[in-house]
Ligand binder design. Structure first.
Ligand SMILES: [Zn+2]
Length: 61
């Protein structure tokens, strides 16, 4: 199978696959909603667990 599936990567257990979360912090002075966007530091916004080292070598011939 030549195709590689990105879904083989495990979901980040820190954010459960939702790396960016918008937190409502209240309302601004002008009445607009103030939101704070936080990116998961564990997976750096990828939503997947980051593994060290080289990815599994393909076609090692
Ligand atoms: Zn994460």
């Amino acid at each position: 199978m030549p195709e590689e599936h990105a879904q083989d990567m495990p979901i980040c257990g820190d954010c459960d696959g939702f790396p960016t979360v918008a937190i409502t912090t209240g309302n601004n002075a002008d009445g607009s909603r103030a939101t704070l966007t936080v990116t998961c530091p564990a997976c750096k916004g990828t939503g997947h667990t980051v593994t060290r080292g080289p990815a599994h070598a393909k076609g090692a011939a």
